[in-house]
Design a protein around this ligand. Structure first.
Ligand code: ZN
Ligand code: ZN
Length: 126
């Protein structure tokens, strides 16, 4: 009987330990994710500000025009130009980081599905 009680108490203690641990672990992950997200957003803003400057636009003008243009390109192509699948992303054939001045050039923009888009960038990276 005493032994059972002891075991029960141990089980409870380890469950408590697990619960505390898992919660602090989750909290840690959440914070880490937030930080990476913030960092990524900041990088995105800096990057887009740089491109906007190249094009002689303000950040707001640039993001607005890019958004409009993306919609237009998706309507123009209708499907992924690589596989004919569902177009979700507008890809810059000459990459933005190498040709920022072509970021708002329609001829440089094509509709792509997510999978093909990944491939495009992998190809570019090799
Ligand atoms: Zn595709
Ligand atoms: Zn792309």
């Amino acid at each position: 009987m005493d032994n059972e009680l002891k075991k029960q108490k141990q089980r409870e203690a380890s469950q408590r330990y697990y619960r505390n641990h898992i919660e602090s672990e989750r909290e840690r992950c959440k914070l880490k994710n937030q930080k990476t997200k913030q960092k990524r957003n900041q990088q995105g803003i800096e990057y887009r500000t740089k491109i906007a400057k190249v094009l002689g636009l303000t950040y707001t003008q640039f993001t607005y025009q890019l958004q409009l243009l993306k919609k237009k390109i998706l309507q123009r192509d209708e499907f992924c130009v690589y596989c004919g699948g569902k177009a979700e992303i507008v890809h810059h054939e000459l990459e933005r980081k190498d040709y920022p001045e072509l970021t708002l050039t329609e001829n440089n923009m094509v509709s792509s599905c997510e999978e093909c888009h990944k491939l495009q960038h992998e190809v570019c990276l090799v």
